[in-house]
Design a protein around this ligand. Structure first.
Ligand SMILES: Cc1cc2nc3c(=O)[nH]c(=O)nc-3n(C[C@H](O)[C@H](O)[C@H](O)COP(=O)(O)O)c2cc1C
Length: 451
């Protein structure tokens, strides 16, 4: 029965993203994350991690003065909806098709490294939450769990893989073949992190988990990487050095304690540190790749291939020409180039290009977006500007810090509930009705933007 038919018959309405609001009011229970407001969510995450402050700052912080992070969010205020009335928007849905697969919503969990800084189960919480909600997990190469273990936790849920491109070809091929073997359907190569940006929040405390072997577990579970370290994995890929010995990975991670253990001769921490350094040399090596090298990955990945970190129109066009299936317009949440253009403004420009738009409409090229998504209305604005789906970043990490799997689910459900309600209240039933129709759906404010 449709939503409208149920309402007309005065019956219980079918479940939808927006019915979550009814559940919240009826249950009269505040969420475990304490607030659906993104700023209060961030404050709560800060509070619950106060004994683990550097971990919170690692997630919260951005490059340089953090101006791009602030500008990312501010850019959404530039656009405002002009809702239309007396339109039947009783039956709404957020269904979105990406690379021929229909998803329940236009939201994916952004690839974020080192979940184990904020929760002892690391990426397993996001993998489980993604399955429970039918939202794709994008698994990072900088994770604290193996690709295989995250896939197991994700079950038959949708999952994509994000590649930090190693220096070594055999290692790159090993990662791609593992990702394929355990059901990651789409590969996203992140281009904006050939080396890490200048991040004062982490530099001030010299805090870099990879150096201590935290966030390298995709590497320590990789046969090619471990063989290159002189460590042959056993047939079942059990690593003596921490690939799967998650219980030995310290939580909360304390660099001082790791150093002391090492200095006292602890073998596990000693080898983890060496592996961490060598893994970082592979994936954040400082070796800058160039456009002609994309052909290598294209040749070895049969599924959809997406480039992340695109901000310039000409780069989006080059991605198309290089045979990629899409891009993520993103500035990495302002964590790489301080002063980089706000991602939403880049999206406006890229989707305003006639070559890109034509390819999008013909179904030949997909534009995804992240950097600054905090609310349902942000998602709709990105879609009206031409994005086909968005990646949610820091907010789900705050949900993770506060209450693990449940916290991530509450963050995602809240945002998607708001998305669906806002869509209807503006007079639309589906995302197709607003996709790429910025002028029909929104007005651009020039005055007052910088107040
Ligand atoms: C703590 C942290 C770790 C991240 N790790 C990765 C990563 O491993 N791979 C990647 O492609 N992007 C990574 N990102 C960038 C996100 O995928 C995404 O682009 C960013 O979070 C968007 O900005 P927002 O969270 O402010 O919306 C990371 C972001 C944060 C905050």
């Amino acid at each position: 029965m449709s939503f409208k038919a149920a309402l007309e018959a005065d019956q219980e309405v079918p479940e939808s993203w927006s019915s979550y609001m009814t559940t919240v009011y009826r249950g009269r229970k505040p969420p475990s994350i304490s607030s659906y407001d993104p700023e209060k969510l961030e404050a709560k995450a800060r509070e619950v991690t106060k004994k683990n402050e550097a971990a919170f700052l690692y997630v919260f912080g951005s490059a340089g003065s953090c101006s791009t992070d602030r500008a990312n969010r501010k850019a959404f205020e530039k656009w405002c909806f002009t809702p239309k009335m007396l339109i039947d928007a009783s039956d709404r849905n957020l269904e979105t098709t990406l690379f021929g697969v229909k998803y329940k919503s236009p939201l994916l969990l952004a690839p974020i490294g080192v979940h184990g800084l904020l929760h002892p189960e690391g990426e397993l919480c996001a993998a489980t939450a993604a399955n429970n909600m039918g939202v794709p997990l994008i698994m990072s190469t900088a994770a604290t769990r193996s690709l295989e273990d995250a896939a197991k936790a994700n079950g038959d849920g949708p999952r994509w893989y994000q590649l930090y491109w190693p220096r070594s070809e055999p290692l790159t091929l090993s990662l791609l073949s593992r990702a394929k073997a355990c059901g990651y359907t789409t590969c996203i190569i992140t281009l904006d992190t050939m080396c890490m940006g200048w991040r004062p929040y982490d530099l001030d405390t010299a805090y870099l988990p990879f150096n201590h072997g935290i966030g390298i577990q995709v590497g320590t579970s990789d046969p090619v990487f471990m063989q290159s370290q002189g460590t042959i994995l056993e047939g079942d890929q059990q690593s003596p050095y921490g690939g799967h010995e998650y219980s030995k990975i310290p939580y909360p991670f304390d660099p001082v304690a790791c150093d002391s253990a090492r200095e006292a001769g602890d073998e596990f921490h000693t080898s983890l540190k060496t592996l961490g350094r060598n893994w970082s040399r592979q994936i954040h090596s400082g070796l800058f790749r160039t456009w002609d090298e994309i052909a290598f990955v294209r040749k070895h990945w049969e599924g959809p291939l997406v480039l992340k970190g695109i901000l310039h129109v000409s780069d989006a066009v080059k991605a198309m020409e290089a045979g990629c299936d899409g891009v993520v317009v993103s500035n990495h949440g302002g964590r790489q180039v301080d002063g980089a253009i706000p991602a939403l403004i880049a999206l406006e420009k890229i989707c305003g290009d006639s070559r890109i738009r034509k390819a999008q409409i013909e179904g030949k090229f997909t534009i995804l977006f992240d950097s600054g998504i905090r609310r349902g209305s942000d998602i709709l604005k990105a879609i009206a500007l031409g994005a086909q789906a968005v990646l949610l970043g820091r907010p789900y990490m705050y949900g993770l810090a506060i209450s693990g799997t449940q916290g991530i689910e509450e963050v995602v459900r809240g945002i998607l509930c708001e998305t669906e309600l806002t869509l209807g209240l503006c007079g639309f039933n589906s995302l197709d009705e607003i996709w790429g129709k910025r002028e029909e759906v929104m007005d651009k404010l020039e005055l007052g933007f910088y107040n």
